[in-house]
Design a binder for this molecule. Structure first.
Ligand code: C5P
Length: 221
C-alpha cells in the first residue's frame, strides 16, 4: 500500500532518535535526524567564528553548505561539505550552542527546504522539534514524544557512563535550558502540533514506545 511520512517531535533527550531509527527499520523506511543538521551547521559556523545572530554572514555560510545524511547500521552518518562529522557534532561545545544557531531565520529556511525535499517521496521517519508543525505539516502520523526532565537527564547520564564529565544535576540544567530556548524562540518553536499524538515515555521502555508508534503507523497505511 501507500507510503506515509511519520513526524516525531519533542524536547531534548526524550529518545526521539533511537525511537525514530527503530520505527524506520521496522517499517522499512528511511530515518532522518534533523537535529544532526542543526548540529552540523553549528559546528561549521563555530569553526568559521560566525556568531549565531550574524544573519548576513550566516546567509553566505548557508549558501556554501552541503549536508548529506547516510543511513548506517547504528544510526545515521552526517557529512558536511564531504567531511564525516558524525561524532564531531555530538560534543558538549556543539550541544551547548546549537539552540542559538537554530533560532536563525536563514538556517531554518535552508534546512527546512532540504528536509522537505528528503520527504517528497514519502517513506520517511523524521525527528526534530518543528517537523509536525512546520516542515511536514501534512505528515500522516505525528507523534510528540516527551518524558520528564529528570528522566531525560538520567537516561543521558547512563548513556555517558564512565565518560561522564558532568553531574546529573548539570545535565538536567543543560537539558532544561535547551528546552527553554527551543520553546521560546520566535521561529518554529518546539510545540506539539494540534493533530499530534502525545506519548510520555517516562515510564515506558524503548520497545514499548517503538511498538506503539509502529502500530499507529500501520493504521495509516
Ligand atoms: O535533536 P537534537 O537534540 O540533536 O537537536 C539539537 C538542536 O537542534 C535542538 O536543541 C534544537 O535547537 C535544534 N533543532 C531544531 N529543529 C529541529 C531539530 C533540531 O531547532 N527540527
Amino acid at each position: 500500500s501507500d507510503l506515509i511520512n511519520v513526524a516525531i517531535d519533542g524536547p531534548a533527550g526524550a529518545g526521539k532518535s533511537t525511537v525514530a531509527r527503530m520505527v524506520a527499520a521496522q517499517l522499512g523506511y528511511v530515518y532522518v535526524d534533523t537535529g544532526s543538521m542543526y548540529r552540523a551547521v553549528t559546528l561549521g559556523a563555530q569553526r568559521q567564528g560566525l556568531a549565531a545572530d550574524d544573519e548576513e554572514r550566516l546567509t553566505q555560510f548557508m549558501k556554501s553548505l552541503d549536508i548529506v545524511l547516510k543511513p548506517g547500521a547504528n544510526g545515521q552518518f552526517v557529512y558536511m561539505n564531504g567531511e564525516d562529522v558524525t561524532s564531531l557534532i555530538r560534543t558538549r561545545e556543539v550541544t551547548g550552542a546549537v539552540s542559538h544557531y537554530a533560532a536563525s531565520g536563514i538556517v531554518r529556511e535552508v534546512l527546512g527546504v532540504m528536509q522537505r525535499n528528503m520527504a517528497l517521496r514519502k517513506g520517511i521517519v523524521m525527528d526534530g522539534r518543528d517537523i509536525g508543525t512546520h516542515v511536514l505539516p501534512d505528515a500522516e502520523l505525528k507523534v510528540f514524544l516527551t518524558a520528564s526532565v529528570k528522566e531525560r537527564a538520567l537516561r543521558r547520564f547512563k548513556e555517558l557512563g564512565q565518560e561522564a564529565v558532568v553531574t546529573l544535576q548539570q545535565l538536567q540544567e543543560e537539558i532544561a535550558e535547551r528546552d527553554r530556548l527551543d520553546e521560546q524562540r520566535e521561529l518554529a518553536p518546539l510545540l506539539k502540533a494540534s493533530d499530534a499524538i502525545e506519548l510520555d515515555s517516562s515510564d515506558m521502555t524503548i520497545d514499548e514506545v517503538v511498538d506503539a508508534i509502529v502500530k499507529m503507523s500501520r493504521t495509516k497505511l
